[in-house]
Design a protein around this ligand. Sequence first.
Ligand code: ZN
Length: 279
Amino acid sequence: MKLATFESGNTLQLGAVEGETIRPLGFAGTMIDLIADWDAKRDSIARAAASAKAVPLASVHLRAPVLRPGKIFAIGLNYADHIAESKMETPKHQVWFTKAVTAINGPFDPVQVPKAGPFVDYEVELVAVIGKRGRHIEPDQAAKHVFGYCVGNDVTERFWQHQTPQWSLGKSFDTHAPIGPWITTRDEIPDPHALGLRCIVNGETRQNSNTRHLVFNVWQQIAHLSKAMTLEPGDLIFTGTPGGIGAAMDPRQFLKAGDKVRCEIEQLGAIEATFVAEE
Ligand code: ZN
């Protein structure tokens, strides 16, 4: 299924997306509530979706599928071509940073060029959404802990990222974690390591790669993170970005108000933001 969080009128709802339509699930709770109870709810949800009246996707406002994840972790330097353009060595250990949960943004909502930091860049990424909670998850069990996948843009303020050794502030400005357009459940994505992904800025393709080029794959990422902490339903893992970032272009290119950035991943759909100056 493709599960979305959307607004219609003034109410927030969950829905199942089919083609250009969405069917409200009539579920009283958040996406995280649904994910946490998915094994028990999935059949009744599928029935509810099948009997609900489909409305055009274009008539609703899609919000971030998970509005308030418990945590957002993101891995750095995880595609060979991005490591090379960053003039870094392939890391022996996984390099993790967090993004603030307040950075979450809808799939088609505006993204801010912050007053405090105009050096804004894009990073298209496969995002894994955790389903089943767990600690010390072995790589060969990791798939069972994934609820599904969506597209993310790990929007980054490069000056803030690099003015200190710790990247988290430069990765955590408000609106800088757009995700969506919905969650595609993992039964529809038998191999998350075979998905083409692209980032297109004002019609120009800047990043164009495939998740088969991940240095540490999704299962290794889940195993490593869960050695340290319990992963919970709705937690988000940004799995790394391929080469082609604006900061590595010659001359360097940063995003400015009016720019349109589209991030797309095979089978998962596309998100697209217009960048705007922070009010
Ligand atoms: Zn990233």
